[in-house]
Structure formats: structure tokens, C-alpha cells
Design a protein around this ligand. Structure first.
Ligand SMILES: C[S@@+](CC[C@H](N)C(=O)[O-])C[C@H]1O[C@@H](n2cnc3c(N)ncnc32)[C@H](O)[C@@H]1O
Length: 241
């Protein structure tokens, strides 16, 4: 067990499941990992006084993407909103290399990165420092005995509730019905988040300006139908209002 760096939710050192390496990297990708990644990486060994202060220019909001994969959504979101700071977390080195190539090509200055478990970055961030968090197609771990490896848990929801400001959002997409039900059940038990859907169109329609991720394209090609769930961070005492 490790102490939280900023005195926030206690960070429990946990195993990160899933692959961290795939195909051999090209020379250009290896160079970006060596030279660009260290310049954009969060320094979790130092306290984080302010999430907005991680960016070189003033930002109006800070948003976090957990497990960005190939970075399709993160790049599009950051390019569309240069006034917003984005933090991307991804342990898979090939995904990180792909994202770095896009950041470099587009000259984006509003992305910061953590190559590893997003839970570490979440525990490091100050309270109420994020306006929005994205969790798209997290690894489904379909076997019953592996479900405890899923990113969504009572503990991660509590950690996210600490860093998402009241009125802020957690956006979640999955193509696995059982993971949607699992997440809804955990949100239902939480006093921190409320599912905002009013009608089926709300969970069957992607968010405005949505950029399809590689995983979603594969899921749809295989005939699976995604759901898009938006959870609002409750303001204190709002649960039974
Ligand atoms: C099924 S892929 C989806 C990727 C991407 N979101 C998409 O929609 O294409 C899940 C991703 O989550 C990453 N991941 C798994 N556990 C993670 C964790 N604890 N923190 C951050 N990323 C994680 C994996 O490396 C993988 O790239």
C-alpha cells in the first residue's frame, strides 16, 4: 500500500492487467517516446498544485481520458478545443507512440500524458480539478472470475468522484451489455454520480462531436451495439432531490 501523494484518496498499488507492448516500434516512434513523451509526462513524484497549471497556456477546463488506445478521440477532442487541457492515460506503448506522432504532427500543446495505470494519475490530481472524464470501451474482462479486473469499481468511482468537480461528467461507452449493467449497478450504489439519461436515445446516441475510436469501429463491424452513458458528479446532497 502506498500513501497518496497529495493526501487525496489512498492509492492502493494494484496490478495492471492487459498488454503493455505490441508490434515492434518504428525508429520515429521510438524517438518520440524518448524525446517527446518525457516533456509531456505528468511527474507523479511531485505534488500537483493545480491541474490547469500542467499546461503552458491558460485553460478553461481540464479533461481526462482513461485508456485512450490509439488516441483517436483524445486527438480530435484536443484539436477541437485548444482552450481545454487534456490528460491521457494509457499503459500500451504502441498506443502511446501513435498518439505522440499525432501530437507532433498537429503541434498540439494542450495534452499531458501518463503511460501507466490511470488510477495513479487520478489519485495524484487535486480534488475537483476535472470538468470531464472519458472512459471508452474499457477492457471488458467477460469471464466472471476476471470481472474484478474491470476498471469500473466502487473504489475507482470514489476516486473519480474526488477529482471531478460537482456538475462535471463521467462519459462511459461500451459495446458489452454486461459491462453496461455492471457500471450502472455501481453508479446506482454510489452517492456521488447520477445517470443523466431520460430516454433511450440518450444512451443509444453518441455525444455531439463524437469521434469514433478504433475499438468502437471493430465492435460495430462485429455487429455489437454500443451504449453511451453520461454520469453527472452530484452536487452535495443532490441524491434525493
Ligand atoms: C479495449 S481498449 C479501448 C481503447 C480506446 N478507448 C478505444 O475505444 O479504442 C482498452 C484500453 O484501456 C487501456 N487500459 C487498461 N487498463 C488501464 C488502466 N488501468 N489505465 C489506463 N488505461 C488502461 C488498455 O491498454 C487499452 O488500450
Amino acid at each position: 500500500m502506498e500513501e497518496a501523494i497529495d493526501g487525496g484518496a489512498a492509492h492502493v498499488a494494484r496490478r495492471l492487467y492487459g498488454r503493455s507492448k505490441g508490434k515492434a516500434l518504428r525508429a520515429g516512434q521510438a524517438r518520440l517516446l524518448q524525446e517527446l513523451l518525457p516533456r509531456l509526462t505528468l511527474d507523479l513524484t511531485q505534488p500537483c498544485p493545480s491541474a490547469a497549471g500542467l499546461f503552458p497556456t491558460a485553460v478553461t477546463d481540464v479533461r481526462l481520458e482513461i485508456g485512450f488506445g490509439g488516441g483517436e478521440h483524445l486527438i480530435a477532442a484536443a484539436a477541437a478545443r485548444p482552450d481545454v487541457g487534456f490528460i491521457g492515460c494509457e499503459p500500451f506503448v504502441n498506443g502511446m507512440a501513435k498518439l505522440l506522432a499525432r501530437i507532433d504532427a498537429l503541434g498540439l500543446a494542450n495534452i499531458r500524458l501518463h503511460q501507466g495505470d490511470a488510477a495513479e494519475a487520478i489519485d495524484w490530481l487535486p480534488q475537483a480539478s476535472l470538468g470531464r472524464t472519458y472512459l471508452f470501451y474499457p477492457d471488458p474482462w467477460p469471464k466472471r472470475r476476471h470481472r474484478k479486473r474491470r476498471f469500473v469499481s466502487k473504489e475507482t468511482l470514489a476516486a473519480l468522484a474526488r477529482v471531478i468537480r460537482p456538475g462535471g461528467e463521467l462519459r462511459f461507452a461500451t459495446d458489452i451489455d454486461d459491462y453496461a449493467g455492471w457500471t450502472l449497478a455501481r453508479v446506482r450504489e454510489s452517492t456521488d454520480f447520477a445517470w443523466t439519461a431520460r430516454a433511450s436515445a440518450d444512451w443509444l446516441t453518441p455525444w455531439r462531436g463524437w469521434t469514433q475510436t478504433k475499438y468502437e469501429a471493430k465492435a460495430m463491424a462485429a455487429g455489437r451495439k454500443p451504449v453511451y452513458l453520461t454520469f453527472e458528479r452530484r452536487r452535495d446532497g443532490a441524491r434525493d432531490a
